[in-house]
Design a protein around this ligand. Structure first.
Ligand SMILES: Cc1cc2nc3c(=O)[nH]c(=O)nc-3n(C[C@H](O)[C@H](O)[C@H](O)COP(=O)(O)OP(=O)(O)OC[C@H]3O[C@@H](n4cnc5c(N)ncnc54)[C@H](O)[C@@H]3O)c2cc1C
Length: 305
């Protein structure tokens, strides 16, 4: 049987993964890309020797397909483990170097430890779980709950020593702000910023995103700086440089209530012949979702769909 030609539209990680697997299977693949570089939302910027990911900041150990792809491409040697102890600064100015899991209770104290345990227990006992990188069901009860709602009930030490070091700052969900979350990108991978400076990205809050995207760069930056100052007091005084990166073709997160829409779309899309969707929006928001969608598309092509 002669193999068909395949056209892949878009050289994001989804399109590139699909193109890679299809080529390996002997298909004649052409990739069309509208931008002047491949990678889509995965983009690495450099500023005086510091590196910053502006579209793909966390690569989770649960990304089985992505890790498999890395191995398959012979890039496993580039993976590295961050093995050094983590240094925490206490409010009184003293330092605490955390080297083992059992150092945690010391750092958190009784209140913080109880809060962390209660958080884990609530998740295990009452949480309606779903895979992190795949939208498989809609849980309307979760639509009106933000992560900030959940963590705002935590003990301050739980917030200071668990939530923020994982690099998140959350605003008060009841306050109407355009940017209500900040990610300190270098907190977990300090060697990306040899200068020792923090690289913080401001995350826009739905539903303000749609209105924000139409704003001019300088107005957007002004709003982001104002909101970050409320989230991290003193912030505006530390800022040396600001970069604005627009990802005009996709959202990093879904608005509440959209999961059912994604599931319905995917069902309809899989009834189409000769066309498959490979981007992350058809399965979730992460890189892993894009790669899983690519796997599904490759299977469909192989089955002649
Ligand atoms: C700020 C931000 C932070 C993120 N952080 C993380 C993270 O920490 N961890 C994580 O796993 N994921 C993260 N993501 C999501 C992750 O970057 C995306 O899920 C993933 O890169 C999407 O890949 P994709 O192939 O689906 O789409 P994209 O990367 O969007 O690629 C689509 C490509 O198609 C091209 N294209 C579009 N239309 C056309 C057309 N008509 N013709 C030709 N080409 C076209 C575009 O130019 C683009 O290159 C983040 C995203 C953003 C924006």
């Amino acid at each position: 049987m002669s193999k068909r030609n395949v056209v892949v539209v878009g050289a994001g990680i989804g399109g590139l993964s699909a193109a890679h697997w299809l080529t390996r299977r002997g298909y004649d693949v052409e990739v069309l890309e509208a931008a002047d570089r491949p990678g889509g939302r995965m983009q690495l910027l450099e500023r005086r020797g510091d590196l910053v990911d502006v579209g793909a900041q966390f690569f989770h150990s649960s990304y089985e397909s992505a890790l498999g792809l890395i191995d398959e491409l012979g890039l496993a040697g580039n993976r590295r483990t961050i093995s050094a102890g983590t240094q925490f600064a206490r409010p009184d100015g003293s330092k605490f170097v955390l080297r083992h899991d059992w150092d945690f209770p010391c750092l958190l104290g009784p209140g913080g430890s109880a809060s962390l345990m209660a958080f884990g227990l609530r998740y295990l006992v009452f949480g309606k779980r779903f895979p992190m990188s795949q939208i498989v069901r809609s849980i309307p009860a979760y639509d009106d709950v933000s992560v900030a709602d959940i963590v705002s009930r935590s003990h301050p030490r739980h917030l200071d020593y668990v939530v923020r070091p994982v690099c998140f700052y959350f605003g008060d969900p009841s306050e109407d702000r355009s940017f209500n979350m900040a990610v300190d990108q270098t907190a977990r991978v300090p060697d990306m910023a040899p200068s020792g400076k923090a690289i913080v990205s401001a995350w826009a809050a739905y539903p303000r995103t749609e209105e924000l995207i139409a704003r001019a760069d300088d107005r957007l930056i002004e709003t982001a700086l104002e909101d970050m100052e409320k989230l991290i007091p003193g912030f505006s005084g530390w800022v040396e440089d600001v970069a604005l990166v627009r990802h005009g073709w996709g959202n990093a997160v879904y608005p509440p209530g959209q999961y059912q829409g994604v599931i319905d779309f995917r069902r309809k899309a899989e009834a189409l012949e000769g066309i498959s969707f490979v981007g992350s929006p058809y399965g979730g928001v992460h890189m892993e979702a894009a790669i899983l969608a690519a796997k599904r598309a490759v299977t469909r092509v192989n089955q002649g769909q």
